[in-house]
Design a protein around this ligand. Structure first.
Ligand code: ARG
Ligand code: ZN
Length: 877
């Protein structure tokens, strides 16, 4: 069953209001739903009302207070159809059904996690609770009454404002919540249980006081302090930067141990994977802090971009997700350091979105069809979606972009909107035509931007030619030229941007430091230059393209030193390293040539050792491109062992050449300074840990890592050292004893234990296949907890290129086996992990055949879920 964008039409009946009662008992929950409807104008009198269900059994149905005769309706687990409804005026349907949250292992709809009742309804989970028009364009106010045993569930939460609580017989109690803001069912939420909470408040600019609560499992509320802090900073930032205030009297966040995704933006009641809420100062890494801050901000920002303005249908998913990722990226850039944040986002885009966009699971930012919507919460929709919004901001400039956003909020508040609605606001605010630009939403694939330059010493002019091209990929969408904003500068030998007269020919226009390329190619001639400048293009990664810029090594090394645009200063070196590694990986093993030339290593070392530069930036520079990124750039005949050897040789070479500097940088670490999660401290720790890794790569001696592991006063340093031991010295005594020690110290905390599982599952050695088999039989492993499955099976398949792709196919077989078992418990997670098979075509013939065969075997699993089948079928194409 394929759903198509082109088939959209509104419902026949308008939903006016929802009144629900959930009676929670041990083992079952009784649901009573009262839905007020009205026939939409112009809809035929005999049109039936169709509601969605998923695995439901209807117990009773009444229309305007009267039990309905069976002739008037058909109820199956998946649908309820009611006939002969009033021709005009509102009517009320009252439905009753019973569900079993305790047996819900998919974690969609209402389920229980460590005894806590909670919900996840996006995208289509609400239909697992009650029959309903479960689609995002059906908006209504909700009133929800929850009843439960007081001792088991003293806390009863739902969306909106609390309006009533009271006692019931037999030790039970109830709470009523009222959400006045119309919303679609995917934003519905209920949480009930014995929870602790951290309470605070926030006063909005217009003077309203909002009660804030972060709810956790018993005893963990103190660990929510940073999440609360991040929430208040997010609220203040959205007022400052976008003029958006919070609208209800309360805002609650709940941390749940078993959760399929990062978090969910339910109106007034965000539900989180507890990994993105809980931080214990002694147990959390800097990365964990950054994760909490980003996800808290992201879900909070959805209140306007997602909730007040939602999506007309799921094809418009990027309308809320791309925009909200853009907003959370901007928040992090403002709160931390802009260039370092941008480097991290671009790295992420290249590591996850580029491969998706260049393989069989390719789809446009706004897909035109789907079989299973859960499989479209992708890097393309989220991260490329954010890049598209960023390009709009770049094209319009700060003032007009803000005006466009203001118009969007004003015009579409309360709407279920489309990408076209969104774009129209920026066309009006910026006074420009974005119809060609909109191709970014419709055409899949990563365009290539080819840049060539030539210097004319006689005329003292520099000519820059740009060409864009887009290959047709698996999605089969168009390949028309798009609007590509290229931020640039002409850098002089003094490290300053030169000003030059310019003349454009071809399909581009020049706007300050921006070339807006709109056709296949264009040439720009810069005149009046005293000498040849260094061309710095695609500054800040101003468009999500692959850059093919023929530039000499000397020029790039110069830009790596001089470019006033810090992002491009980083990229100049990163590109040189990536190209060096890619070329080396193409050469046969043991040809005697170094993976990286000395000049490149020296440039890297100069940056790393320069105390004038921000440590966080230097740490980014020292982070080599991901091995999966090298593999993508190789395109075909990839041998992951070879890629790993090359990267490892490069690390050893860099480490050896810079040993003195790395010893200094790793020894200077501030173990004595009290832990603080601020950006400057984070940067210092990142640099010291990167230096330690190079130092161990050079010496082949685990002693320095072991010493740091033992002396560490915070988790970032301890885990940084343990990662070196577990990966570089996997199997050695030092590694084994440190891992054992880590387990003993932290086995009480599941979130820390996940790190112990993940480090071992990602050790780049062939015997990690046996390791993960052992881990999967560990008493603390369970298929029921998504985080645990992701850290063992997911990270093995997605990160461990050496073991997953072991030449004998044992890694593939192991993952396929786990997927078969997992699919029966939690198909959404199984489908997500299975996407790692999509790259099969790019490998050398032996692995290619085995990957292909494994995909075929997975496709033949009996009772395969729709989720997993969709991924496997598309990957095989
Ligand atoms: N809307 C959530 C967020 O990005 C994610 C929901 C994911 N849902 C899913 N079915 N995969 O904040
Ligand atoms: Zn989101």
């Amino acid at each position: 069953q394929i759903v198509k964008l082109a088939d959209y039409r509104p419902t026949d009946f308008v939903l006016l209001g929802v009144d629900m009662t959930l009676r929670l008992f041990e083992g079952h929950t009784d649901v009573m739903t009262v839905l007020a409807f009205e026939r939409r104008e112009g809809v035929a009198i005999d049109a039936p009302l169709g509601l969605d269900g998923d695995g439901l059994i209807l117990d009773s149905i009444a229309l305007d207070g009267e039990i309905l005769s069976p002739a008037r309706y058909d109820a199956t687990p998946d649908a309820l159809v009611v006939r002969e409804l009033p021709a005009n005026g509102p009517f009320e349907l009252r439905l009753e059904n019973r569900i079993a949250p305790e047996e819900n292992t998919e974690l969609m709809g209402l389920y229980r996690s460590n005894g806590i009742w909670c919900t996840q309804c996006e995208a289509e989970g609400f239909r697992r609770i009650t029959y309903f028009p479960d689609r995002p364009d059906v908006l209504a106010p909700y009133r929800v009454r929850i009843e439960a045993e007081k001792a088991v569930a003293p806390v009863l939460l739902s969306n909106g404002n609390p309006i009533e609580t009271g006692e019931l017989p037999e030790g039970r109690h109830y709470a009523v919540w009222d959400d006045p803001f119309k919303k679609p069912s995917y934003l519905f939420a209920v949480v009930a249980g014995d929870l602790d909470a951290l309470h605070d408040s926030f006063v909005t600019t217009s003077g309203r006081t909002v009660a804030l609560g972060v709810y956790t499992e018993k005893g963990r509320a103190p660990q929510a302090a940073y999440a609360m802090d991040a929430l208040k900073r997010s609220m203040a930032w959205d007022e400052r930067r976008f003029g958006r205030e919070y609208d209800l009297d309360v805002f609650n966040v709940v941390a749940i141990a078993d959760f399929n995704m990062g978090a969910m933006e339910n109106k007034g009641l965000n539900v989180f994977n507890h990994k993105y809420v809980l931080l214990d100062q002694d147990l959390a890494t800097d990365g964990d802090y950054a994760g909490v801050e980003t996800v808290i901000a992201h879900e909070y920002f959805h209140n306007w971009t997602g909730n007040r303005i939602t999506c007309r249908d799921w094809f418009q998913l990027c309308l809320k997700e791309g925009l909200t990722v853009y907003r959370d990226q901007e928040f992090s850039a403002d709160e931390r350091e802009r260039t370092v944040q941008r480097i991290a986002s671009v790295r992420r885009l290249k590591a996850h979105q580029f491969p998706e966009d260049q393989g069989p699971l390719q789809h446009p930012v706004r897909p035109a069809e789907y079989r299973e919507i859960n499989n479209f919460y992708t890097a393309t929709v989220y991260d490329k979606g954010a890049e598209v919004v960023r390009m709009i901001a770049t094209l319009l400039g700060e003032t007009d972009f803000r005006a466009g956003m203001d118009l969007y909020f004003e015009r579409h508040d309360g709407d279920a909107a489309t990408i076209e609605d969104f774009i129209a606001c920026f066309e009006e605010a910026g006074g420009l035509d974005l119809s060609q630009f909109s191709l970014w939403y419709a055409q899949a694939g990563t365009p290539t931007l080819t840049v060539t330059e030539s210097w004319d010493p006689e005329q003292r002019q520099h000519t820059v030619s740009l060409r864009q091209s887009l290959a047709r990929g698996a999605a089969g969408t168009g390949t028309e030229p798009m609007v590509v904003p290229v931020r640039f500068g002409l850098v002089g030998g003094n490290g300053e941007d030169r000003h030059a007269e310019s003349e454009v020919s071809g399909a581009a226009r020049l706007k300050g430091d921006l070339i807006v390329l709109s056709g296949g190619d264009a040439t720009i001639t810069f005149t009046g230059l005293s000498d040849r400048p260094y061309l710095s293009v695609l500054r800040d990664f101003s468009a999500p393209v692959m850059l093919d810029h023929e530039q000499s090594e000397a020029e790039r090394l110069a830009l790596g030193r001089l470019d006033p645009n810090l992002f491009n200063r980083w990229r100049a070196l990163d590109d040189l390293i990536a190209e060096g590694l890619t070329l080396a990986a193409r050469r046969p093993l043991g040809d005697g040539q170094p993976a990286l030339k000395d000049a490149i290593v020296d440039a890297l070392l100069a940056t790393a050792g320069d105390d004038e530069i921000d440590p966080a930036f230097r740490a980014q520079a020292l982070t080599l491109p991901a091995e999966t990124d090298i593999a993508r750039q190789l395109r075909d005949n990839v041998d992951p062992d070879r890629v790993h050897q090359v990267a490892d040789a490069a690390r050893a070479a860099i480490g050896t050449r810079g040993l003195a500097s790395f010893e200094r940088l790793s020894a200077e670490r501030a173990t004595t300074e009290p832990f603080s999660p601020d950006a400057a401290s984070v940067g210092r720790r990142a640099l010291a840990n990167a230096a330690l890794a190079y130092r161990c790569a050079a010496t082949g001696d685990p002693a320095a890592a072991l010493a740091q592991y033992q002396a560490a006063s915070n988790m970032t340093d301890r885990l940084g050292a343990l990662a070196i031991l577990a990966h570089r010295f996997s199997g050695d005594d030092a590694s084994r004893s440190a891992l054992d020690d880590f387990y003993r110290r932290f086995e009480h905390d599941d979130l820390v234990l996940d790190k112990w599982f993940a480090l071992q599952a990602t050790a780049p050695t062939h015997d990690a296949v046996e390791t993960v088999e052992r881990l999967a039989n560990h008493p603390r492993f369970t298929m029921r907890n998504p985080n645990r499955v992701r850290t063992v099976v997911g990270s093995f398949a997605a990160v461990n290129q050496v073991a997953f792709h072991r030449p004998d196919g044992a890694g593939y077989r192991w993952v396929a086996d786990k997927l078969a078992a997992l699919d029966r418990i939690n198909p959404q997670i199984a489908a997500r992990i299975a996407t790692t098979f999509r790259a099969w075509r790019s490998f050398e013939p032996g692995r290619r055949a085995k990957l292909k065969e494994t995909l075929r075997q997975i496709s033949e699993i009996k009772g395969l879920s729709k989720d997993l089948k969709d991924i496997v079928d598309r990957s095989r194409k």
